[in-house]
Design a protein around this ligand. Structure first.
Ligand code: KG4
Ligand code: ZN
Length: 333
């Protein structure tokens, strides 16, 4: 099997991995979360500069962990879009330079196709067809996957991403950033039926909206005045429910409507225990298989980019440089 070296720098994780088919030979993720925490969100310029300082070491580590030299790699893969432009540029430039120097083809991967392809890797190793839900700090979408090369968008958020709504809700309740894990912990102590928060868009929709529930929480917090522990936990539980319930409902409804036998989860929000519980509950009622990769494969990582790369036509050496001058350069091997 031909080893792929994959690089991911679209947001606040500098990541590199080596994958061989469905096997992950190594996966290194350097998170910048602590760096951005004081700002309550990712600062694009800070992210880009930090990627620049970290990416080479992360790539070296991924190769080391896999026991490979760059010369033994067959293809380089990199996240091309979407993401923070400065952050993406660091990964793309690094990948182009490495691929050019080593005489390798370069696969330019869509970050969302990467999230979707995480379930293709071992040990989940899910084959199509299925409906995928990717919910993260930047994205919330449903895709019908009959072919990993061409996921078909079924629905998406019309305003905030689910993770963004969770982070903003967590902040309103006085929790730190990123708020997901803290909100989930607090929600466990509360009553999820204490408040009736609105669910965005009508039930039959495949799109999502979280602006309304966010505003409803803002008003509920203002109305409540100083919050005791119990009141805060009830708000957290009710709010989390209003965000994750439509995710689970619409994922399973879409799978039933499309007549596929499985659903898959991905993105940082897939770590949420209540979301998983609801998806399991709904899916088992419909006889659907539920595929969820390890938490490390749900959040941003490069192994998923290496997976999606295997469904992406690579650009031959040295066409990805787009320079006439190098078209006549001699290939190193
Ligand atoms: O995929 P991810 O690591 O980064 C991108 O946004 O690309 O997702 C991060 C998001 C954050 O909004 C975070 O609050 C949310 O995933 N998250 C969670 C949990 N863990 C992380 N949301 C709900 N429950 C969790 N346990
Ligand atoms: Zn992501």
């Amino acid at each position: 099997m031909s080893p792929i070296l994959a690089i991911e720098t679209s947001c606040d994780e500098t990541a590199a991995a080596v994958v061989l088919g469905r096997e992950i030979a190594s996966s290194v993720v350097a998170s910048q979360a602590d760096l951005h925490a004081p700002y309550g969100g990712v600062v694009p310029e800070v992210a880009a500069r930090h990627h620049l300082g970290t990416v080479n070491a992360v790539v070296d580590r991924a190769l080391d962990d896999a026991g490979l030299a760059l010369e033994e790699v067959a293809t380089i893969a990199v996240t091309q879009r979407p993401g923070l432009i400065g952050a993406l540029l660091v990964g793309v430039s690094t990948a182009k330079a490495l691929a050019y120097a080593a005489g390798l083809p370069l696969a330019m991967v869509d970050h969302l196709h990467g999230h979707i392809a995480a379930v293709w890797l071992e040990p989940v190793a899910l084959d199509p067809p299925f409906v995928s839900l990717i919910a993260s700090g930047g994205h919330t979408r449903l895709d019908l996957v009959t072919d990993y090369a061409r996921p078909r968008l079924l629905g998406q958020t019309i305003d905030d991403a689910a993770g963004e709504a969770i982070d903003k809700g967590a902040r309103l309740l006085g929790l730190g950033y990123p708020g997901g894990p803290a909100l989930e912990r607090l929600a466990r102590e509360g009553d999820r039926s204490a408040h009736r928060f609105p669910v965005g868009l009508e039930r039959r929709s495949r799109d999502f909206s979280f602006a309304g529930v966010k505003t409803a929480l803002l008003y509920a917090v203002r109305e409540a005045g100083p919050l005791g522990d119990r009141a805060r936990a009830d708000l957290a539980a009710s709010y989390q429910e209003a965000v994750v319930r439509p995710l689970a409902d619409r994922l399973v409804a879409a799978a039933v409507a499309e007549g596929v036998p499985a659903v898959a989860l991905g993105g940082g929000v897939a770590a949420n225990g209540r979301l998983r519980e609801l998806v399991e509950e709904r899916a088992s009622g419909e006889g659907l298989l539920v595929a969820v990769p390890d938490r490390a494969l749900c959040t941003d990582n490069a192994a998923m980019i290496g997976a999606a790369a295997q469904f992406t036509e690579p650009v031959p050496w040295p066409d990805y440089l787009g320079l006439d001058a190098v078209a006549t350069a001699s290939r190193p091997r």
